[in-house]
Design a protein around this ligand. Structure first.
Ligand code: GMT
Length: 375
């Protein structure tokens, strides 16, 4: 099939998932066309059947705010027409779903691709609730040929919020780990964490991630010099420097920015810690599971669909740092338990959230919306 994929190209779960999906689809013989304002950062430069089409954004002086939706929809229509796309699969509704619906309506019926929209999280839970976005998102979802969410939890929230006239299908995320680019010892040396236990956190640091809670939890861990909290920051850490000082965490928190090869850091992690108020899935937890690293996280959103608490990690039903620290401490104090949970986490990731388990579900969906049988 000829498949278009629109996604955010920068570091972020929806873009990582979309890029991984495109690679897997190309490996399975499909022609895959990525459409975005920048090349997705994990997209290989040269790979058979993988193409990238850049969207130009105008800096026309009349505009107070640059517009992305219209040039995106024009590019989508061009790529659909020129490469005879069967499906346009958009990741994250805003603005991709709206642009795809507009692109489709610009084309004559025989050139129109089927539009599949995958909701990833805040496109429902934050923007969906925003009166300035909600009606446009609802319109785009109702006019998509299929809508998927990355967890049952997100499906429920989406149904409740939008009361769509159509079913929503759940297709969980997957991850295909790559080999680390650097040796573990080299990464440890770079970070200065030799001989220390590494607690890893990787996120865009937005308010929903609750970095305040992350730091307050870390400040309670003992002995204080036994661990380092390594934060892979997809956003500015500056607003949190004062918290680090106030909590006496200087020297124990290491911030790394602009990480491209997440695998380099996953290979040296002993556990991961996520304190978000909500996560539709938390792809970062799955990435860690692939490296046999157990996670501690809050029991929110779709996280319980990813982590089986007590078996492949520990989920905490509280936003109290004492409760979170107790769970982390349990894994710090008991290396055997940590190891066993990590191994179980890796097995669960491979069994439930591998490309082989998930990608055929998308292929079947594409075939169905194109009227090529149930798949
Ligand atoms: O929705 C977002 O905040 C952005 C999005 C992203 O692009 O990183 O994250 C969401 O999608 C990921 C991939 O499906 C999920 O793993 C994240 O849990 C989800 N974030 C939230 O729900 C807050």
């Amino acid at each position: 099939m000829n498949i278009g994929i629109a996604c955010y190209p920068s570091v972020g779960g929806s873009g990582i998932l979309a890029t991984g999906l495109g690679e897997e689809l190309a490996a399975r013989g499909h022609e895959v066309h990525f459409i975005s304002y920048e090349r997705p950062f994990r997209l290989p430069l040269h790979a058979p059947r993988l193409h990238f089409h850049e969207v130009g954004v105008s800096d026309y002086g009349l505009f107070k705010y640059p517009d992305y939706t219209l040039p995106l929809s024009v590019r989508m229509a061009e790529v659909s027409r020129d490469f005879r796309l069967d499906v346009m699969h958009v990741h994250y509704a805003v603005p991709h779903a709206t642009a795809a619906i507009l692109a489709r309506s610009m084309l004559p019926p025989e050139q129109q691709p089927r539009v599949v929209t995958t909701l990833h999280g805040t496109d429902t839970t934050l923007l969906g609730r925003d009166a300035d976005y909600g009606p446009a998102i609802r319109h785009a979802l109702n006019n998509s040929d299929a809508v998927t969410t990355v967890s049952h939890s997100l499906r429920e929230k989406t149904q409740k919020l939008f009361s769509l006239e159509r079913p929503i299908e759940v297709i969980h995320n997957f991850f295909s780990p790559r080999a680390p680019q650097r040796a573990a010892e080299e990464v440890r040396r770079e970070l200065g964490v030799e001989g220390r236990l590494v607690v890893l956190h990787s996120s865009n640091l937005r308010p929903i991630k609750r970095v305040d809670l992350l730091l307050n939890t870390a400040a309670r861990l003992r002995p204080a010099d036994a661990f380092k909290l390594v934060i892979l920051a997809g956003g500015s850490f500056e607003p949190f420097r004062a918290d680090v000082r106030r909590l006496g965490l200087e020297g124990r928190v290491i911030v790394v920015e602009r990480v491209r090869a997440i695998e380099d850091y996953l290979q040296i992690a002993d556990l991961v810690l996520y304190t978000s108020d909500t996560e539709s899935f938390c792809l970062s937890l799955l990435e860690a599971m692939y490296f046999a690293v157990p996670g501690v996280a809050r029991h929110v959103g779709g996280i319980p669909e990813v982590v089986e608490s007590g078996a492949t990690g520990l989920l905490v039903d509280s936003d109290n740092p004492d409760d979170l620290a107790r769970a982390v401490q349990e894994l710090i104090n008991d290396p055997a338990k940590r190891k066993a949970m990590g191994k179980a986490a890796q097995e669960r990731a491979r069994a439930l959230f591998s490309a082989d388990a998930i990608v055929p579900q998308y292929e079947a969906l594409y075939r169905r919306v194109c009227g090529r049988g149930e798949g």
